[in-house]
Write a protein that binds this ligand. Structure first.
Ligand code: TYM
Length: 326
């Protein structure tokens, strides 16, 4: 049995990319492993957030975790800001990570580009992420492929700490899904699908209405060839829709190419829309039951209790190793 940790930011609603790239793996992993799943609200505040909206997004993400199949009997689900050890260890790891390392992070470059005011927390974000993972001595971190660089930094920082102060942290490994590690924008399929896209037609939100989802898929950018074939380079739009379909139905690319060989994009898009709706609708139904329930609060309270216990133990150990405390 391995220990798993992963987190999702409560910034805007979850997209189909977050679900297929990350959350769906979580649901499978909880069956055999010791899992911690986190709503990383301290990460979300590295860019400006409206307090009221943030609060709603935190709760909404918690409900989506459970609605997607995270079982609180099997996995620990909690809110990062309810476990103070994260920011404490994050600070300590800032003394281990180098400016140069953080400057190389592409997520920082992307998110800071063109902004007038960039918070210092956006810059040190990866050290907090390292703390999230290391506090639980996680062996495996399931994420989409955009988090690879952050995971490498986490490993480097953990190794450096262990070398300097003695064995303290488990060195985690990244796990990226074979299909769906990078779902692309429906409007600009060479860019990843992102909830911060200013064009809402580029992404599917897990809380879009069935009509909205269908419309977005039907107006997805493709090409003029009219052949359903997987070719990321030359047919990024069609290939992305094929990945979405494969990811939702479990069907192979080869089978799909065969089945759609004499059909046009219209039929193909309808099939993709059906597959997406079939995946998301049950999640939405469960979400609606949960969102205002006391059940959800109980899950989060219990989750924070459990997480605090485990995290505090590692935090104490790390403090002692560094020579902090009395
Ligand atoms: P975030 O909140 O941006 O995304 C959550 C998860 O969704 C994956 N993802 C995607 N997968 C496939 N296709 C896409 N278009 C797509 N967009 C996003 C992400 O890779 C991620 O797995 N830094 C993290 C949050 C974090 C974290 C952690 C993750 C904080 N601490 C500790 C793991 C462990 C982030 O910004 O994810």
């Amino acid at each position: 049995v391995k220990t798993i940790f992963s987190g999702i930011q409560p910034s805007g609603t979850l997209t189909l990319g977050n679900y297929l790239g990350a959350m769906r793996q979580f649901v499978q992993l909880q069956e055999e492993h010791h899992c911690y799943f986190c709503i990383v609200d301290q990460h979300a505040i590295t860019v400006p957030q409206d307090p009221k909206t943030l609060k709603q997004n935190i709760r909404s993400l918690a409900a989506l975790y459970v609605a997607s199949g995270i079982d609180p009997e099997k996995a620990t689900l909690f809110i990062q800001s309810e476990v103070p050890a994260h920011t404490e260890l994050g600070w300590m790891l800032q003394s281990i990570a180098y400016m140069g390392e953080l400057e190389r992070m592409t997520q920082f470059k992307d998110k800071s580009e063109g902004r007038k005011a960039v918070s210092s927390a956006l810059f040190t974000y990866p050290t907090l992420m390292a703390a999230d993972i290391l506090l639980y001595q996680a062996n495996i971190v399931p994420v989409g492929d955009d988090q690879t660089q952050h995971l490498e930094l986490t490993r480097d920082v953990a190794e450096r700490f262990n070398k300097r102060f003695g064995e303290t942290f488990v060195i985690p490994e990244i796990r990226i899904p074979d299909v769906g590690a990078r779902i692309m924008s429906l409007q600009d399929p060479v860019k990843k699908m992102s909830k911060s896209d200013e064009n809402a037609r580029g992404y599917i939100s897990m809380l879009d209405t069935p009509k909205q989802m269908e419309k977005k898929i039907k107006s997805a950018v493709t090409d003029s060839e009219g052949i359903v074939k997987f070719d990321k380079e030359n047919k990024p739009g069609v290939s992305n829709l094929m990945t979405i379909y494969a990811s939702c139905t479990g069907e192979s690319i080869e089978t799909m190419e065969k089945n759609f060989s004499n059909k046009g994009y219209g039929d193909f898009k309808s099939a993709v829309a059906d597959a997406v709706l079939e995946t998301i609708e049950p999640i939405q139904n469960r979400y609606n039951e949960l969102i205002d329930s006391k059940e959800l609060d109980d899950i989060l309270t219990k989750g924070a209790e459990k997480a605090n216990k485990v995290a505090l133990k590692t935090l104490q150990k790390a403090k002692k190793k560094m020579g902090l405390l009395r």
